[in-house]
Structure formats: structure tokens, C-alpha cells
Design a protein around this ligand. Structure first.
Ligand code: PMP
Length: 466
């Protein structure tokens, strides 16, 4: 398609309300022209000016099978020609939907029973909250409703999921969080540990804090705990050693359900098929989205464990139909896309690739960055990683936020043809490339990032900030 770039940019500026964009800066042109993304192949995208960019973030940690997969496009097209839509209400289904659900129940960690579909991670977590409330109502525990999530956890931005998200800028000016959602401490050893505290000790302390919080709220008032196996948007932070074991013991003790938010970690990102398998998590409910279709179609799901589902089925005579569902729940095109994507994930062993290429990538990050004077921590697992920049390594002192070090490094990377994301809560450069990435490609990513980091480091030295 030949497009008039100016015309598209103007239409966009006049009519698109962009997420996570400073509205006035965009409207007045301070943020520059919108990037019109036109095509993608493998781990690269191309904009309308012909610039190629390596997508070191797989879109938003989602295009796991890479861009331009004809198998997926063809599956979508076939389904659209055959049957573009039918709903899944009142016992209607499609072959693709039934096959996908059977696959998901079998491959998911823990004892899973049923799959409920939505269109985004946010709405799937909205469903999770309703399932927790429904479950406890049916069990005759009408007060067991509070849901605990973590500071710096990310679970979406709708009303309940946005409340679960433990970042104040998602709440401010939006009347969130809801009172049913309570936050507990973030499991980030680098910033949170006391002097000399080991990872295991720190994990035990976080678990004790959770225990105390549940005691204070009253165990009969706490329905669930939600967490990402690896914190994603909160800074790509793997859990400290022993964290999930210690947390799960507390949840078991108080009969509190565990929701594993696998929106990023599902389908291979950590090097295991699910993050729960990687860290020995036994969830009662699992949230998936992103990698489920590699973002070729908006599809998410709440996978419901046997324990919760049994109560729902047993209670059905009392309450009637399960009154929850979207027009697009179980959309057949989404199901066809997911089946085609899962075929690739299995055939190409993308969890295995994330493990092998991921180990090489993590080593590259450590080698190139760990010793730099502005680097506080290099962390990651599988094909997700982050570099955290600090002004003073010895005293763990952050840079003055007005220096915008993280954003400048991300911009410098972009100018060198790499998308790596500046993340909130400090000066953090995050990576989550497509899971098809080769060793040569992740080396290229690390090399470009190094050049970007060194250029900003030189500026900081020049300006007398380090
Ligand atoms: N949970 C997690 C762990 C996520 O990373 C995200 C999105 N980044 C969501 C939920 C929300 O998904 P969506 O943006 O599709 O609503």
C-alpha cells in the first residue's frame, strides 16, 4: 500500500487518543511525528519512511513467534472465510475453540479444568476477580473478597485489573484502586533487601509481611493473591530465591486462592512453557493473553482450576446460569490464530529456544553491562531481561529523575535501530525479544544497546553527573 505519510500523520494527530502518551506534547508536536509502522518480518519491523527497527520488545512482550508468520495469517484467513464469527453462549462452540481449550487445559500447570475467553489481559483479570467473588459466594463465604497484589505488579488497566496493578500512576486521577484490592511489598531483592539479607531471607520476610497483612485484614476477608511469576512492567524482575515457595505456604494456610498472571510468562518466555512451571507455582487460576496468539488476534483467557470450577458447577442449581461473558468470548478467528501459534510454539520448541538463546542473551547482558559504572543491576530469565542504571553503585543511589537516563538510553537505542523499552520505577532498559530470536540476533540487540548506553554514559560524564 502506498500511503501519504503526511496525511496519515495528520489524521492520526487529529483523531487517535493514544495510550500512554503525554497528550499535549503529542498534540503540539513536541513528541515529533507519529511512527507509522507498516510491515514486520521475523524480529524486525519497518516504518513508512523505510526505517528498519529490531523489535527487542516483541511489540509489548507479545509477538513471540515473530512478525510475518504466514501460517498464522492463513489460519486466520481460512477461519474468516469459513465462519467469521459465532458466539460461545449457551453451549455453542466451534471446532477451533474446543480444540484450543482442550490443549490449554492439558498444557497448563496445576490441575486446570476450564477456559474462559476474553480479548485482553485486563479483561481476563477482571474475570479472575469475579471468579474469586463468585467462588466464595457459592461457598457461603460472602466476606472473603479482598484480593492482594504486589506493588509494581502489572495486571492491566481496566477497573479491577487497574486496581490490581501496583503503580500509582495507573490510579491517580482515575479514582482507583477499588477498596477490595490491597497491595503488598514488591519482591525485588536489589532495592528491598536489608544489608546482608540473602534472597531466601528476603523472600521469607516478604512472606511474613503477607501473612501479617492477611491476619490484619482477617483471613475470612481475603479471597485471592495475584502475581506475575516474573514482574514484567514493574521492571522485568525475576523473583528472589524461595519467594514463591514462601508465599504459597502463607496462601495455603489462610485458604487464599492464587492467581498466576502469565500474560507475559505464558508460552515460553522464561524458558519453560509457563512461568509457574519455572518457579514451582501451583496456581488455582491462570491468566493468559499476549503469547496465546502472539498478538495476531486479541485473545485472552482465564484458566479455571478444578478446585474453583467444582464449586461453580456444584452451585449451579442454586444460582442458575454462569452470568458472565463477552460477545467475543471464544471468538473462532482468535481460536484459529491461537491453534496456529501453539503449533509453532510446539514445533519450534520456543520455550527451549528461550532457554538456550536466553541463557546466551543473559550472559551477553552481564558481560557487556554489569561492570559499567552506571549499572546497578543486570537481571532476567529466559528471553526477558533488564538493566537498571544508578548514579552511585556503591550506595545504590538513583539518578536524578529529571535527567531521564532510562528514557535517553532507550532513545539512543532507537536512533541506532533497536527498540528496547525504558521502564517505570527507576532508570531501567527492558528487553523481551520475540522467542524465535537467534543467538546472532540477540547479540546484535546487546551490541546496539551497549553502544546506546555508552553514548549516554559519555554525556553524563561530560555534564558532570558521574
Ligand atoms: N497482565 C500482565 C502481566 C501484563 O503484562 C499485561 C499487559 N502488559 C496485562 C495483564 C494486561 O493485558 P492487556 O494490555 O492485554 O489488557
Amino acid at each position: 500500500m502506498t500511503i501519504n505519510i503526511k496525511e496519515i500523520a495528520e489524521k492520526d494527530r487529529n483523531s487517535v487518543l493514544h495510550p500512554f502518551t503525554q497528550l499535549k506534547d503529542f498534540a503540539t508536536g513536541k513528541l515529533g511525528e507519529p511512527t507509522i509502522v507498516e510491515t514486520g518480518k521475523g524480529i524486525r519491523i519497518q516504518d513508512a519512511l523505510g526505517n528498519q527497527l529490531i523489535d527487542g520488545f516483541a511489540g509489548l512482550y507479545c509477538v513471540n513467534v515473530g512478525y510475518g508468520r504466514t501460517e498464522v495469517a492463513e489460519a486466520i484467513s481460512r477461519q474468516a472465510f469459513r465462519l467469521a464469527y459465532y458466539h460461545s453462549y449457551a453451549a455453542h462452540t466451534t471446532d477451533e475453540l474446543a480444540i484450543l481449550s482442550d490443549r490449554l487445559v492439558k498444557m497448563a500447570p496445576g490441575k486446570m479444568s476450564k477456559v474462559f475467553y476474553g480479548m485482553s489481559g485486563s479483561d481476563a483479570n477482571e474475570t479472575q476477580a469475579k471468579l474469586v467473588w463468585y467462588y466464595n459466594n457459592l461457598r457461603g463465604k460472602p466476606n472473603k473478597k479482598k484480593i492482594i497484589s504486589r506493588e509494581r505488579g502489572y495486571h492491566g488497566c481496566s477497573v479491577v485489573s487497574g486496581s490490581m496493578t501496583g503503580m500509582s500512576f495507573y490510579h491517580d486521577h482515575m479514582d482507583l484502586p477499588l477498596p477490595q484490592i490491597v497491595h503488598t511489598g514488591v519482591p525485588h531483592h536489589y532495592w528491598g533487601a536489608n544489608a546482608g539479607e540473602t534472597e531466601v531471607e528476603f523472600s521469607a520476610r516478604r512472606a511474613q509481611e503477607l501473612d501479617k497483612l492477611i491476619q490484619r485484614l482477617g483471613p475470612d476477608n481475603v479471597g485471592a493473591f495475584i502475581g506475575e511469576p516474573v514482574l514484567g512492567t514493574g521492571g522485568i524482575t525475576p523473583p528472589p530465591e524461595g519467594y514463591w515457595q514462601a508465599i504459597q505456604a502463607v496462601l495455603k494456610k489462610h485458604d487464599v486462592l492464587l492467581i498466576a498472571d502469565e500474560v507475559i510468562t505464558g508460552f515460553g518466555r522464561t524458558g519453560s512453557m509457563f512461568g509457574s512451571q519455572h518457579y514451582g507455582i501451583e496456581p488455582d487460576l491462570i491468566t493468559i493473553a499476549k503469547g496465546l496468539t502472539s498478538a495476531y488476534f486479541p485473545l485472552s483467557a482465564a484458566i479455571v482450576g478444578e478446585k474453583v470450577y467444582k464449586v461453580m458447577e456444584d452451585g449451579a442449581d442454586k444460582v442458575g446460569a454462569f452470568s458472565h461473558g463477552y460477545t467475543y468470548s471464544g471468538h473462532p478467528i482468535g481460536a484459529a490464530a491461537a491453534n496456529a501459534v501453539l503449533d509453532i510454539v510446539e514445533k519450534e520448541d520456543l520455550p527451549g529456544n528461550a532457554r538456550d538463546v536466553g541463557a546466551f542473551f543473559q550472559a551477553q547482558l552481564k558481560e557487556r553491562f554489569a561492570q559499567l559504572p552506571i549499572v546497578g543491576e543486570v537481571r532476567g530469565v529466559g528471553l526477558m531481561g533488564a538493566i537498571e542504571f544508578v548514579a552511585d553503585r556503591d550506595n545504590k543511589k538513583r539518578f536524578d529523575p529529571t535527567l531521564k537516563v532510562g528514557a535517553r538510553i532507550s532513545k539512543a537505542a532507537r536512533e541506532r535501530g533497536l527498540i528496547a523499552r525504558a521502564m517505570p520505577h527507576g532508570d531501567i532498559l527492558g528487553f523481551a525479544p520475540p522467542l524465535i530470536a537467534t543467538k546472532a540476533e540477540v547479540e546484535e540487540i546487546a551490541a546496539i544497546a551497549e553502544s546506546a548506553v555508552r553514548s549516554v554514559m559519555d554525556e553524563l560524564v561530560w555534564d558532570g553527573h558521574i
